[in-house]
Design a protein around this ligand. Structure first.
Ligand SMILES: [Cu+2]
Length: 342
Protein backbone atom coordinates (compact mmCIF):
# COMPACT_ATOMS: atom_id res chain seq x y z
CA UNK A 1 0.00 0.00 0.00
CA UNK A 2 2.67 2.46 1.02
CA UNK A 3 4.72 1.43 -1.96
CA UNK A 4 1.85 2.11 -4.38
CA UNK A 5 1.20 5.58 -3.01
CA UNK A 6 4.85 6.47 -3.32
CA UNK A 7 4.84 5.40 -7.00
CA UNK A 8 1.92 7.65 -7.77
CA UNK A 9 3.54 10.67 -6.18
CA UNK A 10 6.76 10.11 -8.08
CA UNK A 11 4.90 9.89 -11.37
CA UNK A 12 3.09 13.17 -10.75
CA UNK A 13 6.33 14.98 -10.00
CA UNK A 14 7.85 13.77 -13.26
CA UNK A 15 4.87 14.95 -15.32
CA UNK A 16 4.85 18.31 -13.57
CA UNK A 17 8.51 19.03 -14.17
CA UNK A 18 8.27 18.04 -17.85
CA UNK A 19 5.52 20.58 -18.42
CA UNK A 20 7.41 23.25 -16.52
CA UNK A 21 10.47 22.63 -18.67
CA UNK A 22 8.60 23.26 -21.90
CA UNK A 23 6.91 26.40 -20.66
CA UNK A 24 10.15 27.80 -19.30
CA UNK A 25 11.95 27.14 -22.59
CA UNK A 26 9.46 29.17 -24.57
CA UNK A 27 8.65 31.91 -22.14
CA UNK A 28 12.06 32.78 -20.78
CA UNK A 29 14.31 32.68 -23.82
CA UNK A 30 12.88 35.56 -25.80
CA UNK A 31 12.92 38.35 -23.19
CA UNK A 32 16.28 37.13 -21.91
CA UNK A 33 17.88 37.93 -25.28
CA UNK A 34 16.30 41.38 -25.33
CA UNK A 35 17.69 42.21 -21.90
CA UNK A 36 21.28 41.60 -22.94
CA UNK A 37 21.63 45.01 -24.53
CA UNK A 38 23.72 48.14 -24.39
CA UNK A 39 23.29 50.72 -21.65
CA UNK A 40 20.20 52.87 -21.99
CA UNK A 41 19.25 56.47 -21.24
CA UNK A 42 16.24 57.19 -19.09
CA UNK A 43 14.63 60.64 -19.08
CA UNK A 44 13.03 62.11 -15.99
CA UNK A 45 11.16 65.41 -16.26
CA UNK A 46 11.08 67.83 -13.37
CA UNK A 47 7.64 69.29 -13.85
CA UNK A 48 4.82 70.70 -11.72
CA UNK A 49 7.09 70.45 -8.68
CA UNK A 50 7.56 66.71 -9.01
CA UNK A 51 9.90 64.16 -10.57
CA UNK A 52 8.15 62.35 -13.42
CA UNK A 53 8.25 59.60 -12.84
CA UNK A 54 9.25 59.34 -9.22
CA UNK A 55 10.43 55.70 -9.32
CA UNK A 56 12.68 54.52 -12.12
CA UNK A 57 14.04 50.99 -12.46
CA UNK A 58 17.25 50.72 -14.48
CA UNK A 59 20.24 48.40 -14.78
CA UNK A 60 23.92 49.01 -14.08
CA UNK A 61 25.46 51.25 -16.74
CA UNK A 62 22.23 53.14 -17.53
CA UNK A 63 22.21 56.94 -17.48
CA UNK A 64 19.38 59.00 -15.99
CA UNK A 65 18.87 62.46 -17.48
CA UNK A 66 16.76 64.95 -15.48
CA UNK A 67 15.38 68.01 -17.34
CA UNK A 68 13.71 70.91 -15.55
CA UNK A 69 10.45 71.88 -17.32
CA UNK A 70 9.27 74.32 -14.64
CA UNK A 71 9.78 78.08 -14.48
CA UNK A 72 11.03 77.56 -10.93
CA UNK A 73 14.56 76.27 -10.33
CA UNK A 74 15.02 72.69 -8.99
CA UNK A 75 17.81 70.27 -8.20
CA UNK A 76 18.22 66.50 -8.29
CA UNK A 77 20.23 65.64 -5.21
CA UNK A 78 21.11 62.15 -4.01
CA UNK A 79 20.27 61.44 -0.36
CA UNK A 80 23.63 59.72 0.02
CA UNK A 81 25.59 62.43 -1.80
CA UNK A 82 26.22 60.25 -4.88
CA UNK A 83 25.16 63.08 -7.21
CA UNK A 84 23.98 66.70 -6.98
CA UNK A 85 22.93 68.71 -10.02
CA UNK A 86 23.02 72.06 -8.31
CA UNK A 87 20.29 74.54 -9.29
CA UNK A 88 18.74 73.81 -12.71
CA UNK A 89 16.83 76.61 -14.44
CA UNK A 90 14.07 75.97 -16.97
CA UNK A 91 15.29 73.80 -19.85
CA UNK A 92 18.54 72.79 -18.14
CA UNK A 93 19.39 69.11 -17.78
CA UNK A 94 21.65 66.97 -15.60
CA UNK A 95 22.80 63.38 -16.29
CA UNK A 96 24.22 60.70 -14.02
CA UNK A 97 25.38 57.17 -14.93
CA UNK A 98 24.80 54.42 -12.35
CA UNK A 99 27.76 52.08 -12.04
CA UNK A 100 26.56 49.92 -9.16
CA UNK A 101 23.32 48.18 -8.21
CA UNK A 102 21.24 49.49 -5.33
CA UNK A 103 18.34 51.73 -4.37
CA UNK A 104 19.11 55.44 -4.61
CA UNK A 105 16.61 57.93 -3.16
CA UNK A 106 16.95 61.61 -4.11
CA UNK A 107 15.19 64.93 -3.62
CA UNK A 108 15.14 68.57 -4.68
CA UNK A 109 17.36 70.62 -2.38
CA UNK A 110 15.21 73.70 -2.98
CA UNK A 111 11.89 71.91 -2.38
CA UNK A 112 12.74 68.95 -0.13
CA UNK A 113 9.21 67.50 -0.35
CA UNK A 114 10.01 66.65 -3.99
CA UNK A 115 11.46 63.12 -3.86
CA UNK A 116 12.23 60.24 -6.16
CA UNK A 117 14.04 56.90 -6.29
CA UNK A 118 16.29 55.17 -8.82
CA UNK A 119 16.47 51.37 -8.40
CA UNK A 120 19.55 49.91 -10.14
CA UNK A 121 19.82 46.14 -10.66
CA UNK A 122 22.41 43.91 -12.28
CA UNK A 123 21.59 43.37 -15.96
CA UNK A 124 20.64 39.82 -16.97
CA UNK A 125 23.49 38.17 -18.78
CA UNK A 126 26.11 40.22 -16.93
CA UNK A 127 29.45 38.44 -16.43
CA UNK A 128 29.30 35.79 -13.70
CA UNK A 129 32.11 34.23 -11.67
CA UNK A 130 33.68 31.13 -13.23
CA UNK A 131 34.70 28.24 -10.96
CA UNK A 132 38.21 26.92 -11.52
CA UNK A 133 39.25 24.34 -8.91
CA UNK A 134 38.90 21.71 -7.73
CA UNK A 135 37.68 20.71 -11.21
CA UNK A 136 34.06 19.64 -11.49
CA UNK A 137 33.32 16.17 -10.02
CA UNK A 138 36.61 15.88 -8.12
CA UNK A 139 36.81 13.30 -5.32
CA UNK A 140 38.68 15.14 -2.58
CA UNK A 141 41.70 13.73 -0.75
CA UNK A 142 41.00 15.84 2.35
CA UNK A 143 38.32 17.70 4.26
CA UNK A 144 39.65 21.24 3.91
CA UNK A 145 39.65 21.93 0.18
CA UNK A 146 40.61 25.28 -1.27
CA UNK A 147 37.89 26.39 -3.67
CA UNK A 148 38.98 28.87 -6.35
CA UNK A 149 37.17 30.91 -8.98
CA UNK A 150 37.49 33.95 -11.22
CA UNK A 151 35.48 37.11 -10.61
CA UNK A 152 34.13 39.54 -13.21
CA UNK A 153 36.01 42.82 -13.40
CA UNK A 154 34.99 45.39 -10.81
CA UNK A 155 33.71 42.83 -8.30
CA UNK A 156 33.81 44.01 -4.69
CA UNK A 157 32.43 40.96 -2.84
CA UNK A 158 31.73 37.29 -3.43
CA UNK A 159 29.14 34.91 -2.00
CA UNK A 160 30.12 31.22 -1.85
CA UNK A 161 27.61 28.46 -1.21
CA UNK A 162 28.49 24.78 -0.66
CA UNK A 163 25.46 22.50 -0.27
CA UNK A 164 25.43 18.76 0.58
CA UNK A 165 23.45 16.26 -1.48
CA UNK A 166 19.75 16.41 -0.62
CA UNK A 167 20.64 19.41 1.56
CA UNK A 168 21.26 16.74 4.21
CA UNK A 169 23.83 18.18 6.60
CA UNK A 170 25.85 21.30 7.18
CA UNK A 171 27.12 23.40 4.31
CA UNK A 172 29.20 26.50 3.76
CA UNK A 173 27.70 29.95 3.23
CA UNK A 174 30.36 32.67 3.08
CA UNK A 175 30.41 36.29 1.94
CA UNK A 176 33.77 38.00 1.62
CA UNK A 177 35.76 40.72 -0.07
CA UNK A 178 36.61 40.15 -3.71
CA UNK A 179 39.12 37.34 -3.24
CA UNK A 180 39.09 34.38 -5.59
CA UNK A 181 39.50 31.48 -3.19
CA UNK A 182 38.26 30.10 0.10
CA UNK A 183 39.75 27.25 2.13
CA UNK A 184 37.25 25.38 4.27
CA UNK A 185 38.95 25.13 7.67
CA UNK A 186 39.21 21.62 9.14
CA UNK A 187 37.68 20.64 12.50
CA UNK A 188 37.75 21.88 15.18
CA UNK A 189 38.01 25.36 13.61
CA UNK A 190 34.99 24.61 11.42
CA UNK A 191 32.68 21.63 11.47
CA UNK A 192 32.12 21.94 7.75
CA UNK A 193 32.11 18.80 5.67
CA UNK A 194 30.82 15.29 6.37
CA UNK A 195 32.42 12.20 4.77
CA UNK A 196 31.32 10.52 1.53
CA UNK A 197 28.87 13.21 0.41
CA UNK A 198 28.52 14.92 -2.95
CA UNK A 199 28.59 18.69 -2.47
CA UNK A 200 27.46 21.32 -4.97
CA UNK A 201 29.17 24.70 -4.89
CA UNK A 202 28.77 28.00 -6.69
CA UNK A 203 29.79 31.64 -6.41
CA UNK A 204 28.15 34.96 -7.22
CA UNK A 205 29.57 38.46 -7.06
CA UNK A 206 28.63 42.11 -6.88
CA UNK A 207 30.13 45.48 -7.72
CA UNK A 208 28.34 47.13 -4.78
CA UNK A 209 30.72 48.77 -2.30
CA UNK A 210 28.55 48.49 0.81
CA UNK A 211 28.58 45.07 2.53
CA UNK A 212 25.70 42.91 1.27
CA UNK A 213 23.90 40.10 3.07
CA UNK A 214 22.77 37.02 1.22
CA UNK A 215 19.24 38.34 0.67
CA UNK A 216 20.30 41.61 -0.94
CA UNK A 217 19.15 42.29 -4.50
CA UNK A 218 22.55 43.68 -5.43
CA UNK A 219 24.06 40.26 -6.18
CA UNK A 220 24.71 39.14 -9.73
CA UNK A 221 23.70 35.74 -11.01
CA UNK A 222 25.19 32.54 -9.60
CA UNK A 223 28.01 30.89 -11.51
CA UNK A 224 27.31 27.52 -13.08
CA UNK A 225 27.85 25.03 -10.23
CA UNK A 226 30.58 22.45 -9.69
CA UNK A 227 30.47 19.29 -7.59
CA UNK A 228 33.02 17.61 -5.39
CA UNK A 229 32.87 14.53 -3.20
CA UNK A 230 34.36 14.19 0.28
CA UNK A 231 36.58 11.20 1.16
CA UNK A 232 35.18 7.91 2.40
CA UNK A 233 36.08 7.13 6.03
CA UNK A 234 35.91 4.01 8.21
CA UNK A 235 35.47 3.16 11.87
CA UNK A 236 39.00 1.81 12.17
CA UNK A 237 40.36 5.08 13.56
CA UNK A 238 37.86 5.00 16.45
CA UNK A 239 38.87 3.71 19.89
CA UNK A 240 36.37 3.06 22.65
CA UNK A 241 37.83 4.84 25.69
CA UNK A 242 35.41 4.39 28.56
CA UNK A 243 34.00 2.43 30.14
CA UNK A 244 36.84 0.08 29.29
CA UNK A 245 35.85 -3.28 27.92
CA UNK A 246 34.30 -5.46 30.62
CA UNK A 247 34.21 -2.71 33.26
CA UNK A 248 31.43 -2.30 35.81
CA UNK A 249 29.78 1.14 35.77
CA UNK A 250 28.27 2.84 38.81
CA UNK A 251 25.22 4.44 37.23
CA UNK A 252 22.06 3.56 35.30
CA UNK A 253 22.85 6.53 33.05
CA UNK A 254 26.53 6.04 32.28
CA UNK A 255 28.55 8.03 29.76
CA UNK A 256 30.36 6.21 26.98
CA UNK A 257 33.31 7.97 25.40
CA UNK A 258 35.48 7.29 22.39
CA UNK A 259 38.44 8.90 20.61
CA UNK A 260 39.29 9.17 16.96
CA UNK A 261 42.74 9.54 15.45
CA UNK A 262 41.08 10.94 12.31
CA UNK A 263 40.44 14.54 13.36
CA UNK A 264 38.28 15.20 10.31
CA UNK A 265 35.44 13.12 11.70
CA UNK A 266 33.11 14.88 14.12
CA UNK A 267 29.63 13.43 13.61
CA UNK A 268 28.82 9.97 14.97
CA UNK A 269 26.20 7.31 15.50
CA UNK A 270 26.26 5.49 18.86
CA UNK A 271 24.45 2.29 19.80
CA UNK A 272 23.94 0.64 23.21
CA UNK A 273 22.02 -2.61 23.68
CA UNK A 274 21.60 -5.64 25.94
CA UNK A 275 21.76 -7.74 22.77
CA UNK A 276 25.36 -8.41 21.66
CA UNK A 277 24.02 -8.46 18.07
CA UNK A 278 22.25 -5.07 18.55
CA UNK A 279 19.12 -6.84 17.27
CA UNK A 280 15.48 -5.79 17.42
CA UNK A 281 14.53 -7.86 20.48
CA UNK A 282 16.21 -5.57 22.99
CA UNK A 283 15.72 -1.85 23.51
CA UNK A 284 18.26 -0.18 21.21
CA UNK A 285 19.79 3.17 22.13
CA UNK A 286 20.72 4.64 18.73
CA UNK A 287 21.78 8.26 18.79
CA UNK A 288 23.55 10.87 16.65
CA UNK A 289 26.29 12.86 18.36
CA UNK A 290 28.37 15.85 17.26
CA UNK A 291 31.55 14.81 19.03
CA UNK A 292 32.93 18.34 18.92
CA UNK A 293 30.15 19.75 21.10
CA UNK A 294 29.37 16.91 23.49
CA UNK A 295 30.70 17.16 27.03
CA UNK A 296 33.12 15.48 27.35
CA UNK A 297 34.07 15.45 23.66
CA UNK A 298 33.07 12.34 21.66
CA UNK A 299 30.64 11.01 24.25
CA UNK A 300 27.07 9.93 24.81
CA UNK A 301 25.26 9.84 28.15
CA UNK A 302 22.26 7.57 28.58
CA UNK A 303 19.32 9.92 29.27
CA UNK A 304 17.63 9.75 32.67
CA UNK A 305 14.22 9.20 30.97
CA UNK A 306 15.52 5.87 29.65
CA UNK A 307 17.91 4.47 32.31
CA UNK A 308 19.63 1.15 31.77
CA UNK A 309 18.51 -1.93 33.68
CA UNK A 310 20.48 -2.98 36.74
CA UNK A 311 22.24 -6.30 36.91
CA UNK A 312 22.69 -6.36 33.15
CA UNK A 313 25.50 -6.67 30.65
CA UNK A 314 25.46 -4.08 27.81
CA UNK A 315 27.38 -3.66 24.57
CA UNK A 316 28.09 -0.41 22.75
CA UNK A 317 29.67 0.69 19.46
CA UNK A 318 30.25 3.81 17.36
CA UNK A 319 30.65 4.75 13.71
CA UNK A 320 31.13 7.94 11.71
CA UNK A 321 27.81 9.25 10.47
CA UNK A 322 27.39 9.26 6.69
CA UNK A 323 24.32 10.86 5.17
CA UNK A 324 23.26 12.72 2.02
CA UNK A 325 24.11 10.51 -0.96
CA UNK A 326 26.82 8.59 0.94
CA UNK A 327 26.98 4.94 1.97
CA UNK A 328 26.85 4.07 5.72
CA UNK A 329 30.09 2.54 7.00
CA UNK A 330 30.72 -0.53 9.17
CA UNK A 331 30.40 -0.09 12.92
CA UNK A 332 33.39 -0.12 15.20
CA UNK A 333 34.00 -3.30 17.19
CA UNK A 334 31.82 -3.32 20.29
CA UNK A 335 32.78 -3.08 23.94
CA UNK A 336 30.79 -4.36 26.88
CA UNK A 337 30.15 -3.07 30.36
CA UNK A 338 28.16 -4.29 33.34
CA UNK A 339 25.48 -2.44 35.25
CA UNK A 340 25.56 -3.87 38.82
CA UNK A 341 22.54 -5.02 40.83
CA UNK A 342 20.38 -2.36 42.45
CU1 LIG B 1 12.48 71.90 -6.64
Amino acid sequence: MGFLRRSVVKFMVLVGSAIFGIVAGVAINAPYQALVSAAANVNVSIQDFSFQKENEEIVVGDTVRWTNRDLAAHTTTSNSGLWDSGSLSQGQAFSFTFATPGTFPYFCAIHPSMTGTIVVSQPQGAPRPALTSPPNNTVLGNFNPTLTWQLPEGSTQYHLKVTPANDDGPGVNVIGNATTSFTIPPPPQWYGLLPDIGYTWMVRATTVQAPLDENDSGWGEWSPSFRFRTPVVTSSSIERVSPSNGATVNSLTPTVQWSNSNSNIFYYEVQISKDPAFGPNAFLYWELRHGGVTSPPNSYTVPSEFPLESNTRYVWRVRPRVQGDGTPVEWSASSEFIVPGG
